[in-house]
Design a protein around this ligand. Sequence first.
Ligand code: SAM
Length: 291
Amino acid sequence: MRFDIVTIFPGFFESVFAQGIVRRAQTEGLVEIRLHDLRDFTHDRHRTVDDRPFGGGEGMVLKPEPLAEALEAIGVRPRAERESSESASQQVSESADPRDAAGTRVILLSAQGRVFTQAVARELAAQERVVLVCGRYEGVDERINELYCDMELSIGDYVLSGGEPAAVVVVDATMRLIPGVLGNEASGEFESFGPADAEIDVDVEGVPRSQHGAGGLLDYPHYTRPAEFGGLETPQVLMNGDHAQIRRWRREQQLKKTLENRPDLLERAALSAEDRRMLEALQEQGPGTRE
Ligand code: SAM
């Protein structure tokens, strides 16, 4: 899978993408990340990428011409053209323009976008190529969004100074869902927002697993050695080797964490009758003492 990032700060990404899983994914050829300096697509002495906003107001706006030129240079045509060639290519497949291979998503990073979630990450991980446009200043001339972008994505309800940190978030969360990227395939399944337990099939040689799929909820808490730390004991249930019991406890903890920190997720989750019983018991216990 390939990511193209259009930015005025390509240097921003160098150290982030040279570490850990994202570095390994690139070395192993599973992911390719190409950085494109927006200033390379300007034609004046000062390499100008911004201008004052029409209508007045604070700040500057990223000009449309260098962005359009950058996108065209990496093979992204206006969306309308892509859509019409896609529908034509469905009729006569040979006539499709090879520059726009099916499976390219062009994304404008923006606080005004649809919120980036694990579900969107899954959607992107199925693409061949994701193009990320990083805004700066007051943002990007809206015509770039209208002409070239398939979607606007926000990483949360706050305003960043630029799209670069958001691009890092999108690349990281997406690439770890590409088959082969995580060393242990199962670790991509058993985590917050992951698939429902019934969709996961990793029992090892008949031994029931001790993990529980999140089914859209948050992950359960994890513990490692030492067994006692800071006066707190690791829950005894995790020490007894009874996988079925551990799995049940972990489900209860997923429900508890979600109830405490993200009750909104419970409304959308598919809960079993046992989940509901556990949830009722947790609700009766009342909230914890922390904020
Ligand atoms: N005027 C914009 C607004 O109020 O929505 C904020 C512009 S912000 C200072 C500059 C750039 O940072 C944006 O163009 C966008 O690329 C990026 N950005 C800011 N917040 C973001 C978020 N929550 N998610 C993704 N990108 C964001």
